[in-house]
Design a protein around this ligand. Sequence first.
Ligand SMILES: NC(=O)c1ccc[n+]([C@@H]2O[C@H](COP(=O)([O-])OP(=O)(O)OC[C@H]3O[C@@H](n4cnc5c(N)ncnc54)[C@H](OP(=O)(O)O)[C@@H]3O)[C@@H](O)[C@H]2O)c1
Length: 230
Amino acid sequence: MTKRILIIGGGSGIGRALASELSIRGDDVLIGARDTARTAADFPDLDVVHADLGDEASIAALAEAGSFDAVVSLAAAHANGPVGALDRQAVEGAFGAKVVGSILLAKHLAPVMRPGGVFVLFSGVAAWKPAPGLAVMATTNGAVSFLVEALAVELAPLRAVAVSPGIIDSGAWDGMGDDAKRQMFEKTAGANPVGRVGSPADVVSAVLLAIDNTFVTGTTLHVDGGGRLG
Ligand SMILES: NC(=O)c1ccc[n+]([C@@H]2O[C@H](COP(=O)([O-])OP(=O)(O)OC[C@H]3O[C@@H](n4cnc5c(N)ncnc54)[C@H](OP(=O)(O)O)[C@@H]3O)[C@@H](O)[C@H]2O)c1
């Protein structure tokens, strides 16, 4: 049956691949993006609505966009670097996009979720594999995984599921430059039990499971090639 699905952060990377896949299978996709003009130009066939998880008014307004079977948030902001050099505003921005924003999505959109509805929130491997310079990323991702447990209990029978990607060639790493990216991917692939980095399609597959399997709630789906275990 056709589902109505809101994807926040659907304008790039994994979210973009998810939007394409859901459209192909016939779901009714609404993309939430900060830059609505750019995203609408990229997705002329899809509806786009303004969504900034750092802004509660913007989140509250999403409740006026109708009802949803699934709300997926991929929003992330980064505050990487040694703990001693962290900037408070950047740290708050990272928590705002991923943690506070997710909580506010639940606050404002739970009332408009359809029966059987699900919140799919993005965590990440850094929470399970700490590394110097990634303290904020580890903490925000870990918080998302605990948040879905709390939401699954409090909002039941609505569901909440976290998806935790490992290193994915989503475009998000392209800013490193070709050589540095290739070296990082080779090192990651060598350390991963499955011997490769991930693709957006690997992660999309897990999001589809979270959306479609109504017996899955309050848990984290690790899509990391086993990378958290090394
Ligand atoms: N790629 C990886 O290796 C990897 C690894 C572990 C976890 N993850 C997680 O997977 C998710 C998707 O990652 P990706 O690789 O697809 O990266 P991406 O392309 O950078 O996607 C992040 C998206 O979030 C949006 N966004 C950022 N802040 C937002 C805000 N305040 N409100 C609304 N949207 C906001 C961005 O839109 P703008 O264009 O407006 O900035 C962008 O579309 C993220 O949560 C990331 O932490 C990725």
